[in-house]
Design a protein around this ligand. Structure first.
Ligand SMILES: *Cc1c(COP(=O)(O)O)cnc(C)c1O
Length: 418
């Protein structure tokens, strides 16, 4: 019983959680030393002048110029004049930064037009939101409880490597239904679950954040055989693939039905800010607009509506294909020259170079930075323990020659390193 005496730590020690899905007490200290080393090496909080683009960022404090290989703007659309100007124009025309209220009550006509144009571009019903993470937070608990399928609750299987914005929701989803974690991209595990339970949903990525692609045909086969619901986050492949930039997932999940939802951030290759959900069913939309974080506070900001409309215009132009092809060429160059080096992400623009210990990853990233390339050191809990490394992303606004020069440098650094 609380007696009115001051609350002390020891008195409440027993209130530490059951840690069924996460444990900050254990996870946070595991990477502290690596973060400190990264900071000490000058690899964090770098402040830049970006006016010469991602291929020539300039550290304003040291004057050091470098190529940014940690950006998710895989096509360079974040600095495309059409995209930037559309944001400015939208702000001028609407004369309001946003309505600061839930969109299901009142929204700008431009927001409705945006929904229509996105749907037309991607050939699916598209629900836009302020971020992809917010969409997942709104959708996954309702998917688990059966409200998207009109059924009893679904057993929800998360791929072990699913993005933090998905994994983070496990405790909430587990309050609605049974949650399981599958080994990465393991179709046998998934099929066993489908045999055992009548209603299953699989939560995964299309192109994984730490390199590698989902087995789309395997997933689709299980959907066809067992009616499995698929919730796929294709943030890293939207815009970079497909005739209209519809992404990697849509190369197999072409026609979306009411058992598939594909979400993606539009703050990456798409070059704007926000997130989208693509579904086959318009029926869901009124409902989802009202759910959880979709209705809490801010709707789409005016500038975001503008830049997204601008990016849609670029997606409809031949320029999309030009930049996609350059990206594919750069991936080809990298894969051809770096094969046999144990680098993850063949065929993908996201590469993960495993080195092992956290500190080694920081040292490798530091040396690359010294030579003019910023790549991200990554360690537990983003990747499994003892499997630290660097992540780097190729872009379609890099030339083939730049890619070759980068590979020369990477080879040289890795040879000196190992
Ligand atoms: C970046 C990323 C997100 C987060 O997107 P936001 O729009 O910033 O919320 C979600 N999922 C994946 C796979 C990502 O890479």
């Amino acid at each position: 019983m609380h007696t009115g005496a001051p609350v002390t730590g020891t008195e409440f020690d027993t209130s530490m959680g059951p840690h069924r899905f996460r444990n900050n007490q254990r996870m946070v200290p595991a990477s502290e030393a690596a973060w400190k080393l990264a900071g000490d090496n000058g690899m964090l909080d770098i402040r830049v002048d970006a006016s010469n683009g991602q291929n020539r960022l300039r550290d304003v404090r040291t004057g050091h110029e470098f190529v940014n290989l940690a950006s998710c703007s895989y096509l360079g659309l974040n600095s495309h004049s059409t995209v930037v100007e559309a944001g400015v124009t939208a702000l001028r025309e609407e004369a309001v930064t946003g309505l600061a209220m839930a969109e299901f009550r009142i929204r700008l006509e431009a927001a409705r037009r945006l929904e229509e144009e996105l749907s037309e571009l991607f050939g699916a019903h598209v629900l836009p939101s302020i971020s992809c993470g917010v969409l997942s937070a709104a959708v996954l608990p309702l998917m688990a409880s059966g409200h998207l399928t009109g059924t009893d609750p679904l057993v929800v299987v998360f791929d072990r490597f699913a993005h933090f914005s998905l994994n983070f929701l496990k405790p909430i989803v587990a309050d609605e239904s049974l949650v399981l974690t599958s080994p990465h991209d393991d179709m046998d595990f998934l099929e066993d679950v489908c045999r055992k339970y009548p209603r299953v949903a699989y939560v995964c990525e299309g192109a994984y954040s730490t390199g590698g692609l989902a087995n789309l045909h395997g997933i689709k086969a299980l959907q066809d055989k067992y009616g499995m619901y698929v919730y796929m986050d294709d943030s890293h492949a939207l815009s970079t693939q497909g005739p209209h930039g519809e992404g990697y997932a849509r190369s197999v999940f072409r026609e979306l039905d009411d058992r598939t939802m594909i979400v993606a951030s539009i703050a990456k290759a798409f070059g704007s800010t926000g997130g989208i959900a693509m579904t086959g069913s318009s029926r869901l939309f009124d409902f989802l607009y009202r759910s959880g974080p979709m209705g809490w506070s801010q709707g789409l900001r005016t500038a975001a509506i503008g830049t997204t409309l601008g990016s849609i215009a670029v997606h409809r132009s031949p320029e999309l294909g030009t930049r996609q092809r350059q990206l594919a060429e750069n991936v080809g160059i990298f894969d051809r020259r770096m094969k046999d080096r144990g680098i993850r992400g063949t065929g993908s623009h996201i590469k993960f170079v495993p080195v092992g210990e956290n500190e080694w990853a920081v040292e490798l990233a530091t040396e690359l930075y010294r030579r003019g390339y910023y790549c991200s050191a990554m360690f537990f809990p983003v990747v499994p323990r003892g499997q630290a490394g660097i992540r780097l992303m190729l872009r379609g606004d890099m030339t083939a020659a730049m890619t070759e020069t980068f590979v020369d440098t990477l080879e040289d650094v890795l040879d000196g390193f190992l």
